[in-house]
Design a protein around this ligand. Structure first.
Ligand SMILES: [Zn+2]
Length: 215
């Protein structure tokens, strides 16, 4: 089947099922606007859709997706910051109460960083520059898991996927509007990690930095 035909068929299925069941909710959300309580930073990866994983309905989650679920540091003089703009809107406009950074297993973005570690500095691609946000996560991985040549690429990748979530949470705290709401007790930051193959969701214990299966 052509991709577009698949989309059209899916849309009709949505109209007949989810939309039909929730048409009142859709209308109310259209008239009154959205008021999601949670923002999620997730990867663009087609296997890790937060709305599917959390069985979320319309209006429930404010989702920001980018390559490798990364949050850049607060850089007011930078150029076009899509993720930072979405965060500003989620926090200042919608006043969400939670921001969840959700990493995932077998992240192509993290793997690309590991595979290209020594060449990406010289590339001029959007991805190369975006993935340089993983440098802190990589440094942490080398510190905790030893050097690249003594750890398997799979172990490094998973350690880096975890470290990238921690590093994005640290970067969230560099945004003044997030720091203010954290200090006022109006916002909580959380880390999570989706395992894809077995559907397991891990959550980050922010005291120890470790990921544990959700009870
Ligand atoms: Zn990914």
């Amino acid at each position: 089947m052509e991709d577009v035909a698949e989309l059209v068929e899916g849309y009709h299925r949505f109209l007949d099922t989810r939309y039909a069941e929730q048409s009142d909710l859709y209308r109310t959300l259209a008239e009154e606007g959205q008021a999601p309580k949670t923002a999620i930073i997730a990867c663009c990866d087609s296997r890790v859709d937060p709305a599917t994983i959390f069985a979320a309905g319309p209006g429930q989650l404010f989702i920001v997706r980018n390559v490798a679920n990364l949050v850049p540091p607060f850089e007011p003089l930078g150029n076009h910051h899509g993720t930072s703009a979405a965060l500003e809107f989620a926090v200042e406009g919608l006043e969400v109460e939670n921001i969840v950074v959700m990493g995932h297993a077998r992240c192509g973005g993290v793997r690309a960083f590991l595979d290209d570690l020594y060449v990406q500095e010289s590339t001029n691609s959007f991805i190369g520059r975006w993935m340089s946000l993983l440098k802190a996560a990589h440094a942490e991985t080398v510190r905790t898991h030893g050097r690249d040549d003594v750890t398997s690429i799979e172990e490094q990748q998973q350690a880096m996927e975890h470290a990238a979530v921690r590093s994005s949470l640290e970067n969230l705290e560099t945004f003044p509007f997030i720091r203010d709401r954290l200090a006022a007790g109006k916002l909580k930051l959380r880390g999570a990690y989706f395992d894809i193959a077995d559907g397991r969701l891990l959550t980050l214990d922010q005291t120890t930095g470790a990921f544990r299966p959700l009870a």
